[in-house]
Design a protein around this ligand. Structure first.
Ligand code: DGL
Length: 263
């Protein structure tokens, strides 16, 4: 098989990574995609570094068995905590959402930068350190917003409860940041509510950014598949009632995932 025709692998702790898959499909419609959601071990955002590393390695090995040409780590918690330590050991390019999000920030002039994510992402200082390294004078405000993930998984993306939670979490950002990084797979689904609360703040969607970066890397390595519409295969490590809900919300389609064991 021509290497160009091999699929792209995407993994996430669960269904949240569908926001990344959606962006990949938008700009690379011909690519085949293998998506793995580690629903047996969700959520990653509250787990320790060593657990996230172990689970990430299992996910990567699973995708390598599917002969993927490139792996996208859709999960911000994994991209923050595990990826810098393990990404060079598997013989295929592995891209995370954090670096892509930071590059998008650096493309803009803003000096007052907000970051929101899970406790693992914010606690790792991944976004903060990468931005500070490249723009030392940047003023950064970061906060974890743990309730956002369950609210999205409940489908409450546009409810008054979610707006109240957003107002509470984002109080410290109002008038103090020019842009806000949505540093979690689930947060792009809350763009409407977040924009309502922080009306003059540009929202940076790491999912969109990693999609553009993927296209650039595949193009540069002459690995873009250009013919036919690509197909998507979904694998989960446990049954998940959330997956069909989010698949409909994000992709506007129903999918039938295959349940597998990744360890
Ligand atoms: N996928 C995770 C992230 O982007 C959110 C859900 C979880 O905590 O596993 O950080």
């Amino acid at each position: 098989m021509n290497k160009k025709d091999l699929p792209i692998g995407i993994f996430d702790s669960g269904a949240g990574g569908l926001t990344v898959l959606k962006e990949i499909k938008k700009i690379l419609p011909s690519e085949d995609i293998v998506y793995l959601g580690d629903t047996a071990h969700l959520p990653y955002g509250a787990k320790s570094k060593s657990t996230i590393i172990k689970l990430s390695i299992s996910n990567i090995l699973f995708l390598l068995e599917k002969k993927v040409k490139l792996i996208i780590v859709a999960c911000n918690s994994t991209s923050s905590v595990a990826l810098p330590l393990i990404k060079n050991f598997f013989g295929v390019p592995i891209l995370g959402v954090v670096e892509a999000g930071v590059e998008a920030v650096l493309d803009r002039k803003a000096k007052r930068i907000g970051i929101i994510g899970t406790s693992a992402t914010i606690g790792s200082m991944s976004y903060q350190n990468l931005i500070k390294k490249r723009r030392p004078k940047a003023k950064i405000i970061a906060a974890s917003c743990p309730l956002f993930v369950p609210l999205v998984e409940e489908g409450w993306v546009d409810s008054s409860v979610t707006e109240l939670v957003a107002k509470t979490y984002l109080k410290g950002f109002k008038g103090k940041v020019d842009l806000l990084i949505l540093g979690c797979t689930h947060y792009p689904l809350l763009k409407k509510v977040i924009s309502k609360v922080l009306d003059k703040t540009e929202l940076i969607d790491s999912a969109e950014e990693v999609a553009t970066k993927t296209r650039d890397i595949l193009k540069k390595s002459n690995l873009l598949k250009s013919k036919k519409r690509g197909k998507i295969s979904f694998f989960l490590t446990d049954n998940s009632p959330v997956f069909p809900k989010l698949a409909e919300l994000v992709l506007k389609r129903k999918f039938k995932p295959t349940v597998v064991s990744n360890i």
